[in-house]
Every structure is written in C-alpha cells, then in structure tokens.
Design a protein around this ligand. Structure first.
Ligand code: AMP
Ligand code: MG
Length: 421
C-alpha cells in the first residue's frame, strides 16, 4: 500500500493549505480501494446493495409474443386497406391461458392483454373499434400490420447482459431480476463505518446542559447521513478531548471498520495534541480546503481504515459529508458509473454575496414563483453553526471557486437534497 502522502503529492496542483474542492475529492479517491468481498443475498435483501455480478438473461422477457391490448388477434393479410373486413371468431386466449389452435384465413381469436399470440395471427385489433354483426367480427379499415403486439424479448433478451457489477440495486432492478426468475444475486459486502464526535464541550442527551456546553448533534446527523448511504454503522459515542480516550476510540474504530468518520478537533484552534495523536496513530493529512463552510478537514488512514476527520460545526459536518465522504464511501462500496450529485442551473431570486477563491455551499430553497417558474433563494442565516439552515433548505446553492457576487436573476448551480438527505 502506497503512503497517502506519496499518492496525493503526485497530483498536480495539490496544496494542502489551499485545496480546491475538486482536488480534495480527487486526492481522496486516489487513496481508496473498493471492497472486494462478495456475498449472495435473496432478491429483496439486495435493495440498496451494489451488484457484484453480470445479470445475463437465460430467457426472453416477455418469453412469447403477446397482446398489448384487449381485442382480436387477426391475420393482417385478411384485412382490407380501404374498407371493413368481417372475420369469424374461433376462440379466446387469456393471460396465462393460451389458445391451442391456429388462426386460419378469415378467422380471428379474442385476446386479452398479456395473452400469448395465437399461432397464425400477426396483428391485434383493439376491441373498441370492432363490432359484432351477424355472428362475425367486423374490423374497420386503417389497421397497421403487427400493431398492439409485445414481441418476445423486447424487454430483456436471452444472452444479452442487462445489469453489471457496480450497479446500485434499486426497486426497478429488483423487479428486473425477478422478471428473469432469478431468486438471489451476488452483491458486494456492505461497507462498515465507525464514527464518533469529539469535544470537551459536548453534552449527551439525558445529561443536563452545563454552562458552555452544547448537546452533541453531529452524531445524529452522521447517523442519518451514513444510514442513507447504505453502509453498516458503528456509533462510538462522544469522546472527550483527552489523549487516552481518543486513542482508545481510534483503535477501536480502526479494528473493525473500513472507514472512520469523526467530527471536531481538526481546526487550528484545537488543542494540538488531537492532531498530533491522529497523525501518530496512522497517516493523516490536515487540509485547509478552499470552501465554505468546512475549511479544515483531516484525511488519511488509521490501520486499514480510511479516516475522515470532519470539522466540528454542525453545518460544516453535513457539507463536507455530502461533498467528500458520500462520494468516497460510494466508491469504496464498489459502485461504478457516475454517482456524483447532479448540478442543475436555476435563476437566483436575490443577490448572493460571494468572493472568488473558494467554493461555497449556501443553503437554498428551490421553489416556484407566482407564475410557476423555478428559482432559488437563501434560507436566511448561513453560519456554519446554524443547523436550522440545513433543515429549512431543500438544496445547496453551489457557488463555484472562481465566482464572485451573484446578482438577482443570474443562473446558479443547485444540488437537490431530495433523495440525498
Ligand atoms: P471544533 O471544530 O471542534 O472547533 O468545533 C467547532 C464548533 O462546532 C464549536 O462551536 C463546537 O461547539 C461545535 N461542535 C463541535 N462538535 C459538535 C457536536 N458533536 N455537536 C454539536 N456541535 C458541535
Ligand atoms: Mg472541538
């Protein structure tokens, strides 16, 4: 395993004291390895897991040509292009109950949606346009050859791989796997993430709040964010700014987890021993990232586990989690493809303060105005400690590194929190 320092120092433009957001993401990626262990699970349990095999259909779906509508299966050659044709009804086919005979010249078969196409027929005429007359079925002019048919294999084709290793299994994929008659799949092992909050000022729920204390909220946002990412979590509680307790917590975390997430202790104002201790227990870099909120962050390795030392401020925890930790954990989980958060452009309802030279993640509310057009506005106070801003927001307004002040009506990038938080 190469050292973290040797990997990151090879990246162009790497500067730990003024690290651009994209560079930090790239540096983190370069140091991580995806899990390789695989397990088999029943289809339902595969929800939210990462597929570890190709899914290659052994059957066509649908398995037979079948009717897409309720109506009549006919031979197109029996119809008249410019006038009505009268056919003789010789039977019926239902979904799951096929017609055993074959459709001959001048004949038709009543078919329900999903019924296997009777032999000899090639076209379906919907029931709404035909009429019964003198014991016959009258079909109007204007039908198209092969209409209202679902072809065998039009959904999935025998032998053509449809899902690939690294794909996230969502409800659609569970259904797709089931449609092939497959009862279980190979998935990657779930990632294990241990986390704790550090700080002498932190009170835990249940204890009265003393002067100068705050209730620890970071472990609760982390619990929520990590759960949504789909990893196994281990909550190691609140750890005092005390060398022995911190060391024990780091060792415990590193013994079983693939990744460790901590909050607090990485800013310049913190007791130096915390940073020294982290650096002693493994290989840890301290970064100043050109972003707001969330400037200080530690990244590295303790034992085999990746370490994400997030700042202490509650909003900074959430922003650094979504901008760095989420991406890193998905990568480590073995996901393939592009899972970066989409950036959408919308007009800003008001002017936004911003100075070039850092990426800002302001908390925004994306909403429709009186005439139904979407625009984004700020949630109000944007301090790194104002967690209410995250609760009120439904998106981040991402103001790019080089950008300055934004005037009302200018387009800005937003990242939706829906489906994320
Ligand atoms: P730090 O990065 O440790 O200097 O913390 C920065 C700010 O975040 C301080 O005002 C802390 O009180 C606050 N803070 C740190 N950890 C937590 C936590 N677990 N829950 C709530 N606030 C915290
Ligand atoms: Mg602290």
């Amino acid at each position: 395993m190469n050292s973290v320092q040797s990997i990151v120092s090879c990246l162009d433009g790497y500067d730990p004291d003024a690290l651009a957001v994209d560079k930090a993401r790239e540096a983190i990626r370069a140091c991580l390895t995806p899990v390789d262990k695989i397990e088999r699970v029943p289809v339902r349990e595969a929800l939210g897991r990462v597929l570890a095999q190709e899914i290659v259909p052994a059957i066509d779906v649908p398995a037979h040509d079948n009717s897409a509508m309720d109506g009549y299966a006919v031979r197109f050659a029996d119809l008249n292009p410019g006038s009505e044709a009268t056919l003789r009804e010789i039977g019926a086919a239902f979904a799951g109950r096929k017609f055993d005979g074959s459709v001959g010249a001048g004949e038709c078969v009543r078919v329900m949606t999903g019924a296997v196409m009777p032999a000899g027929a090639d076209t379906v005429v919907i029931q709404e346009v035909v009429r019964a007359e003198g014991g016959g079925v009258v079909v109007p002019a204007g039908q198209k050859a092969g209409q209202h048919l679902r072809r065998a294999g039009e959904d999935l084709k025998t032998g053509v791989a449809v899902l690939h290793p690294g794909q996230l299994l969502r409800p659609a994929e569970l259904g797709l796997i089931a449609s092939l008659g497959i009862g279980g799949v190979a998935v990657k092992r779930r990632l294990r993430v241990a986390f704790f909050a550090t700080g002498d000022e932190l009170a835990t729920i249940g204890a009265p709040l003393k002067v100068g204390e705050v209730y620890d909220s970071n472990r609760y946002t982390l619990h929520g964010m990590l759960s949504r990412v789909g990893v196994e979590i281990e909550d190691l509680g609140v750890v005092r700014d005390d060398p022995a307790q911190l060391e024990a917590a780091f060792r415990k975390a590193a013994s079983g987890a693939d990744a460790i997430v901590t909050t607090g202790g990485v800013s310049v104002g913190e007791a130096d021993f915390i940073r020294r201790l982290m650096a002693q227990l493994g290989e840890v870099l301290f970064w100043k990232i050109a972003m707001r909120p969330g400037r200080p962050m530690a990244f590295g390795r303790i034992g085999k586990a990746a370490l994400f030392g997030l700042p202490g401020n509650p909003v900074a925890v959430m922003v650094t989690f979504y901008q760095f930790v989420r991406d890193a954990l998905l990568y480590m989980s073995g996901r393939s493809g592009d899972y970066s958060l989409p950036l959408l452009k919308v007009p800003s309802a008001g002017a936004l303060r911003k100075v070039p030279g850092r990426t800002e993640f302001q908390r925004g509310i994306l909403a429709r105005d009186a005439i139904g057009e979407w625009s984004v506005r700020l949630t109000g106070q944007q301090g790194a400690g104002v967690l209410r801003s995250m609760s009120e927001a439904n998106c981040f307004i991402v103001l790019e590194h080089g950008r300055g002040r934004v005037e009302a009506g200018e387009l800005v990038s937003v990242q939706l929190m829906e489906g994320l938080v």
